[in-house]
Every structure is written in C-alpha cells, then in structure tokens.
Design a protein around this ligand. Structure first.
Ligand code: ADP
Ligand code: MG
Length: 345
C-alpha cells in the first residue's frame, strides 16, 4: 500500500485521468480508439454488440472498511463481465466512471485502478473510456462492459423449455458467508479497535466475497463442446431469485433438488456455525457470479460433469407446476425471491 496522500486537487482532472489510465494497454483488435478522444470507437464486424452497466455506491454496495480499493476495482469489473458471459458473449471493452470526494487521495484511486487493470489483463478487456467527477461524500463507481457474440450464439433469459435440465456452475452461498464473516469481524473491530480481524482460516469464503471471478471458463467450455444453453443468467442475487427471473421470462416452472445444489464444505460448516440452513445460503445469499443455465436433453448429453464444475440441479416443468424445491426429506417448497434488494430497509 502506498502511504503518500496526494490531494486530488493537486493534479486536476486531466492529469488525474492520465495518471489513472496511462498504464492500460489495449489488447483487443476490435478496439479502434480507446481513452483520449471524445468517444471510443469499436469495430465488431459481423458480430452483435452486447452491453451491460452497473452502478456501485459506497455504503450501499461496498464497505471500504473491509474491502481494499484494489479488490473493489477488480470486483467492479468482474461483476459486469459476468453479465456479458451470461449472454454467452465475450466481453471486449469496459468504461469506468468515478465520482470521488476529496477524502480520497491520488494514491487511493491508483489502488482502485490497479485492481481494474488486473481484471482487464486477466479477462483480456480494454479500458476505453469513462468519466471523472467529484462527489460530496464517498465513492461512486460505474462500469459498463461491452462485448460481442454471434447472433445465433447469444443466449437470453427467455429460452427455457419444458423438459430442459437446469445447470449451475461452481458452488453457491460462499460469498454470502464471506460477507457475514467480514461483518462479524467489523463489529468486533468497532467495539475494540485493538482486535485484529481473524480471517486467515476463512480464506476461501472471504476470497469469494472480496475477489469473485466471472465464469469465462464455463462459456469457453460450452463453446468447445458445442453445447448451447436454451437460457442463461448469472447468479448475482441468489439462486432462487435468478431461477424465478429465468422461469418468468421463459414462461415455465422448475423443480430443483436440494441434494443437487452445490455447496462448498466451508460454506456448509460456516452456515451451521451462524445458525443458517446451508441451502438458505445457496438460495438467497448473493454475489456468487456463477452461471445458471438450461440445456435441452440433447445438449445435456454432451455435458461431462466429471470434467467441469457444472452441476445438474433440476429440470424445467410446466408453468402451472410453479417453481419448487424438493428437500432432502422429499418435501416440496415454493421458491421465493429473498434476493438482495437494494431498496429494502
Ligand atoms: P469530456 O470532457 O469530453 O467528457 P473527459 O475529459 O471526461 O472528456 O475524458 C477524456 C478522455 O478520458 C475520454 O476518452 C474519456 O473516456 C476518458 N476518461 C475520463 N475519465 C475516465 C476514467 N475515470 N477512466 C477511464 N477513462 C476516463
Ligand atoms: Mg467527461
């Protein structure tokens, strides 16, 4: 961590933009013009353009008391790329806009951009623009991701058919457990600032919260085996909420088996310690950034779940059968969206 504290006012807007963006190298052939003109220019030739944007507000979406700025920068990019992958498309460029109060130093913003740069390098996307302005209080970040896909390869939320298998990548609920742990440590710290956070043994869960990854590898795997999902969505607000979106838009119902929902051992053990049913973490925790998709029986037959961390967790049924979870004890429960809601009290 850089200990210097250069006030933003010392640089001025243009010098600041230069300072923040000069180390970014353009990697994509489709980027014709990046940062520096009135607008960026891209050429996708015969591909369709996919675009997604997110707005992150300090105190609502992130808490700088436990989220280092570098991680925040990385995560802000990753959550956007996840939306592009959820269309079965490839992200190519991003723009990043920030509003900052004078509480932040040039060095702090450089930390943020260090994380943004790491994500750009790892996912091979170009930073091609943004906007920089001041805020009265706190930090606001908006990231827009732009990607491309062939028209017949893009996958929407509305394509699921009765009889399709429901699949999810990775495991669920870990990021939510990570957040609970960070919150607990923060409370301890607020009560006694001499207490240092005890997070070492919880690296997996805390890592899932602070440094999530988008499932670029899953999209690549599906492409490699020529498997095309009928519908897809990324899991940002919890499995339940995303299943309901997918089913509503596809005009179908679903049946999910609790026993098939992937939950990591650490998530399982930690949720018991917090007195939360592990399946509740998977259904209603958020920020997993896994991919939830449906496959027709022909497509599902091409899937080898020994080879990749994709689990088949249920099937699509008629709409009038509604959206249900079959518990390990064989009871049926209606899925409800307790997903993360930015307007809840
Ligand atoms: P304008 O006044 O026309 O909005 P700016 O001075 O805001 O132009 O931006 C100049 C260039 O720097 C543009 O290419 C813009 O996209 C880019 N830019 C501005 N702020 C950021 C930022 N925070 N991150 C990345 N690029 C930025
Ligand atoms: Mg501007």
């Amino acid at each position: 961590m850089n200990e210097k504290h250069t006030p933003l006012s010392q640089l001025g807007e243009f010098a600041l933009i230069k300072e923040l963006t000069q180390d970014f190298k353009l990697q994509q052939e489709s980027t014709i013009k990046g940062v520096g003109d009135d607008a960026a220019v891209m050429d996708y030739k015969d591909m369709q353009t996919v675009l997604s944007t997110d707005l992150l507000i300090e105190g609502i979406h992130f808490d700088l008391s436990y989220c280092p700025l570098k991680h925040l920068g990385y995560k802000a990019v990753v959550v956007n790329l996840s939306d592009i992958y959820a269309m079965n498309a490839e992200p190519k460029q991003i723009t990043v806009s920030i509003a900052v109060s004078n509480r932040f130093s040039v060095e702090a913003l450089k930390e943020l951009y260090e994380g943004i740069k790491l994500a750009c390098e790892f996912y091979q996307v170009d930073l091609v623009g943004g906007d920089t302005t001041s805020s009265l209080k706190g930090l606001i970040i908006s990231v827009t991701a732009i990607g491309q896909g062939k028209k017949d390869e893009l996958v929407y939320r509305n394509g699921a058919q009765v009889g399709d298998f429901i699949c999810v990548s990775g495991d669920l609920g870990a990021a939510y457990m990570g957040l609970q742990l960070l919150n607990r440590e923060k409370q301890v710290f607020l009560e006694n600032p001499n207490m240092q956070p005890q997070l070492g043994e919880h690296q997996f869960l805390v890592g899932k919260q602070l440094k999530p990854e988008a499932r670029k590898d899953i999209v690549a795997y599906l492409k490699e085996y020529n498997i095309k999902p009928s519908a897809m969505i990324d899991v940002s607000d919890g499995l339940s909420s995303e299943l309901l979106h997918l089913c509503t838009q596809s005009n179908v119902g679903c049946l999910i088996y609790e026993a098939n929902v992937p939950v990591h051992n650490d998530t399982y053990n930690q949720s018991l310690e917090f007195n939360i049913d592990p399946i509740t973490c998977a259904l209603s925790g958020g920020e997993d950034y896994e991919l939830l998709f449906t496959l027709s029986p022909e497509e599902e037959a091409k899937l080898n779940t020994e080879e990749i961390d994709i689990a088949v967790i249920g099937k699509i049924v008629e709409k009038d059968k509604s959206c249900l979870l079959q518990s390990r004890a064989n009871h049926l429960h209606k899925l409800t969206a307790q997903g993360w809601n930015s307007f809840k009290e």
